[in-house]
Design a protein around this ligand. Sequence first.
Ligand code: SF4
Ligand code: SF4
Ligand code: SF4
Length: 225
Amino acid sequence: MKRKDLFREGFKSVFQFTFTKADELTEAIKEVWEEEKTPQTKSKPRAKSPTSKEKLPAKPTTVRKRKTKMFQTLSLPPGASPDFFSLCTGCNECIFACPYAVLFPVTTGESGKIFPHLDPNAKACHLCTDWPCISVCPEEALLPYELSGEKPNFGKAKAITEHCINEKTGESTCNACFVTCPIEKTVKFKGNLPVFASSSCTGCGLCVESCPSFPKAIQIKFKKQ
Ligand code: SF4
Ligand code: SF4
Ligand code: SF4
């Protein structure tokens, strides 16, 4: 077996494990939701005869729509087509192709299908010049930027100034975000503190990754999908 194929098989087996766990998690969530929908039965019968009001069927429990924080911090892969969810078959070729292991599978929507996502606040997209993730997509779910005429836009970087080392020290101690940002003139300094130009920021997350402060002094805010 070729070395490349060996790596590929290794990746596939790791992600197969992830898919299995994702499916199990989805099933567990469905079960909890079903339990919530089921009206609760009283364990002890009432001593007195039931009134006409008590004979009425129990009102179904209102199921609150839960929005998990996780899905609010995820973004679609680079070049995601406007019809991404109908075009992507979940083959995960883009996941295997990413040399930085930035993409990962997430079960989304009522269909329970698996789609690739990334979280630039956790792991940055390196905006590879040759876009391996896009070029490997067999379904045009990920479109080359030359075709769409767009640029990557996962979200926008925002400074959390109270966490910035320069704010804490009162000096110009750090400029890691400025040095790391691959897009010219996107990070500027106003006094000691970084300011991010929303017009050019791609939300790649490289500045977040480079920020040495804990907690991080930069966060990617996401556009709605
Ligand atoms: S552009 Fe590069 S780093 Fe970003 S998801 Fe695609 S392959 Fe991975
Ligand atoms: S400021 Fe630069 S490094 Fe940070 S997310 Fe925007 S484009 Fe990426
Ligand atoms: S990398 Fe972080 S700590 Fe350093 S200047 Fe930028 S925001 Fe501040």
